[in-house]
Ligand binder design. Structure first.
Ligand code: SF4
Length: 490
């Protein structure tokens, strides 16, 4: 499609609105060009002019015989944000009308709607912030209600963090095999097995250096999170060695939560759970994604539903009393009934956390075929997410964090649910960017947060394990910035 911008440059938001409806369209943006009928396919023209003491907005949608235009007029004093919102609203309404649909999150395209609601609440009060979401951003009532609940749950968790708080993320970017829908930079064990021992050695070195910095700076470590990949791809001995380095070098006296993702049931053993328990870690994640064997096969997960149940019960026997389980709505081959059965199976196990994700689509090759399928798929996935919300609420869970991802089917969201008192703090802190997060391991990003402000500085580790190992010294040298960053604010 072509997006023609005349008298304005709201390309970022206008492109994002187009992607909500047409995620597979390649968007060609041109400036100060007229739609003279020569562009193939869909053409959208957004024009802003100043005339007679007013700002005039117009958006035209043109494809074949369809040629619709909407206009709006704003006072001359309208600021850039108001003009942008006016323009995107016209575009949104034209696309809704043309495609006979609407979006559950309306004009919200960012991944952190809770953060936006919190910011607007701080500026204008809660009622005004909610009205903005409802009336200006056109967010549907069920999503707004959920957002409001999450805001309040999150506020209690955020209040636990202080200006000198920090968290630690440890990246283990290895998995036994690759799931079809995976978007992470994880290496399969078959391909990267030879790298693992050296990777663990370097990671221990990095953890020791960062731990020493945390102590030196007197920062309060609130949460530790091992993610990936699948951390339990490592042997029990390797996991124990990493836990011991953390214990020796970090001050753990304030840690409220320590999580190890044991995501793939095909990686866990009693020995690994015992190693996790021995280190005093009680929060783990075991992720079935679905409790339907044919769906597991369809997404390339090389484990069965029975493997998941065995892993879950083993974890309980090893003393794990805070378990998260992930489900995904919209998986290929899944149905509303299948998803409901998966959810019932999970609820019966009474995990402390359930995270319900929406599948994100990869780019499709045939737009027309995909679009027809997508409409049905979006409706089914919306039903699954709504069902999960009702059923988990009835079962005593509360939503405590929420985020969106681009290309999620039907523009649905991801929500973390927990029983009271067991919400995953790290998930909230990373999503809200509440305090500094030290990232160790390949692909990890350290986000240094200026105390008392929203300013963040990022330090990137190399993405792939072989780069992480080969250029380790260079990367560790970058970490020196942590000390000078904090020294500015002393
Ligand atoms: S377990 Fe997670 S990180 Fe690993 S391949 Fe599957 S989706 Fe990707």
């Amino acid at each position: 499609m072509h997006l023609l911008l005349r008298g304005q440059d709201f390309h970022f938001e206008m492109e994002n609105i187009c992607r909500l409806f047409l995620p597979d369209e390649k968007i060609v943006t041109l400036y100060d060009t007229e739609d003279d009928g020569s562009f193939p396919g869909l053409t959208v023209t957004g024009t802003l002019t100043n005339e007679g003491g007013k700002v005039h907005l117009s958006v035209r949608l043109h494809i074949g015989d369809t040629d619709n235009t909407l206009t709006d007029t704003l006072p001359e004093t309208a600021d850039k944000d108001t003009c942008e919102l006016g323009m995107t609203t016209l575009l949104y309404r034209l696309l809704c009308d043309w495609l006979q649909t609407s979006q559950p999150w309306g004009l919200v395209t960012g991944v952190r709607p809770v953060k936006l609601l919190r910011r607007l609440t701080a500026l204008h009060g809660e009622e005004a912030a909610l009205s903005h979401f409802r009336d200006r951003l056109l967010v549907s009532e069920p999503k707004l209600k959920r957002l409001h609940t999450v805001l309040h749950t999150e506020n209690e968790l955020l209040a636990l963090s202080r200006p000198d708080s920090c968290s630690l993320y440890v990246s283990i970017p290895f998995c036994p095999t690759r799931c079809d829908y995976c978007s992470f930079v994880s290496q399969t064990v078959q391909r990267a097995a030879s790298l693992i021992p050296e990777y663990v050695e370097k990671l221990k070195e990095e953890l020791a250096a960062v731990g020493d910095m945390q102590r030196k700076l007197g920062l309060r470590l609130e949460t530790v999170y091992f993610g990936g990949g699948t951390p339990t791809t490592l042997s029990a001995e390797m996991l124990s060695e990493l836990f011991q380095v953390i214990e020796r070098h970090f001050d753990l006296s304030h840690v409220r939560e320590y999580t190890v993702e044991a995501g793939r049931p095909d990686t866990v053993t009693e020995e690994k759970f015992r190693a996790i328990a021995a280190a005093g870690i009680d929060r783990i994640s075991i992720n079935p994604q679905t409790l339907q064997d044919p769906v597991l096969q369809a997404i390339g997960r090389r484990h069965t539903v029975e493997d998941f149940y065995n892993a879950f019960h083993l974890a309980r026997r090893c003393g794990m009393n805070n378990i998260n389980t992930d489900l995904i709505a919209g998986l290929p081959g899944d149905t509303a009934d299948g998803f409901a059965r998966s959810l019932e199976g999970i609820v019966a196990l009474k995990p402390e956390n359930v995270t319900v994700h929406t599948l994100c689509l990869k780019r499709a090759s045939n737009l027309v075929i995909r679009r027809r399928e997508d409409v049905q798929k979006a409706a089914d996935t919306a039903g699954m997410i709504a069902y999960a919300g009702d059923r988990l609420t009835e079962s005593g869970y509360q939503p405590y964090y929420l985020y969106r991802q681009s290309r999620a089917i039907g523009n649905q969201e991801n929500i973390g649910w927990s029983v009271p008192g067991k919400s995953g703090l790290y998930n909230v802190y990373i999503m809200d960017e509440t305090h500094t997060i030290f990232g160790c391991g390949a692909g990890a990003v350290t986000k240094l947060k200026q105390p008392g402000s929203d300013y963040l500085e990022r330090l990137f580790n190399f993405k792939f394990p072989y780069e992480y190992i080969a250029r380790f010294d260079e990367m560790l040298a970058r970490k020196e910035r942590v000390i000078s960053f904090y020294e500015q604010y002393r």
